[in-house]
Design a protein around this ligand. Structure first.
Ligand SMILES: [Zn+2]
Length: 265
């Protein structure tokens, strides 16, 4: 296996890095953290949800919690301070060889050959994002490999409908549906992010406008504070928002985005 495949990507700076900072999805979180606390994390976790719902973030926190060297029985949060927890965020070269991350389209016959061995080791974690992009014959082979895996396998998809029915039906018992945050959850998240970056804002209405314009997608919301900081020096003004989103009223802005999305589908 090549080095790039055995090195975990560091957390993108502004993604939540602890379960307590994950936005929404309370039921799913309860089930997953419950399994972690009881040391009974299922071998396979399959996250299914739209772009921007936080699947990748959640999968990475699960991996981090599993790798954490200080987490005690009964706890589910990564300790946030051991070397594994630190490497998983800060170190671009983090040599966490026990964590393998792929996009579905990157999975090759050779990677599956490597995974055959890796899946026999209980300490390993394999994350495959955008599972629907894996070639159907490889996906069929991979699905069979999941039976009896000793490693932890995290899977995520934005398009479960593009996964062959015979394969998907075998994954159903591992499936968790992830949803985008509500406007209120998105606004609370933004508010925290802005405060952490010491960006000032005038009203929650501004944050609602941002959340709606971004369709409550976690990725742009997570990057927003840093963007404002670098582009304005730390002050969120209505003029800046007008420039960014046009002077449309929030609702028509959201409607425009909604229509565009529907057309794309
Ligand atoms: Zn730790």
């Amino acid at each position: 296996m090549s080095e790039t495949n055995t090195v975990a990507k560091p957390f993108d700076g502004d993604r939540p890095q602890l379960f307590k900072n994950v936005v929404g999805n309370k039921q799913v979180l309860k089930r997953i953290t419950g399994m972690l606390a009881n040391n009974k994390l299922s071998q396979v976790i399959f996250l299914n949800g739209p772009i921007g719902s936080g699947k990748t973030t959640l999968a990475r926190i699960v991996a981090r919690a599993k790798l954490c060297q200080r987490r005690q029985v009964g706890e589910y949060e990564p300790c946030d301070s051991c070397s594994m927890c630190k490497k998983a965020i800060n170190d671009a070269t983090c040599p966490i060889v026990e964590y393998h991350e792929y996009g579905g389209e990157d999975v090759t016959e050779a990677i599956l050959d490597d995974l055959k061995l890796i899946l026999q080791r209980p300490w390993e974690i394999v994350f495959i994002d955008e599972l629907q992009d894996m070639k159907p014959d490889l996906l069929r082979r991979f699905r069979k490999m999941l039976e009896g895996t000793k490693a932890t396998i995290l899977l995520a998809t934005t398009h479960p409908d593009e996964i062959e029915e015979a394969v998907r039906s075998r994954l159903l018992s591992y499936e968790y549906e992830i949803t985008r945050p509500t406007i209120e959850e998105a606004v609370n998240f933004l508010e925290n992010q802005l405060r952490n970056h010491q960006v000032s804002f005038n009203s929650r209405q501004q944050l609602e406008r941002v959340s709606e314009a971004y369709n409550c997608e976690m990725r742009p919301l997570g990057e927003f504070s840093r963007k404002v900081l670098s582009e304005t020096g730390g002050k969120l003004t209505d003029e800046y928002l007008d420039e960014l989103f046009g002077s449309l009223r929030p609702q028509s802005q959201a409607a425009t985005l909604g229509n565009r999305k529907r057309r794309l589908i």
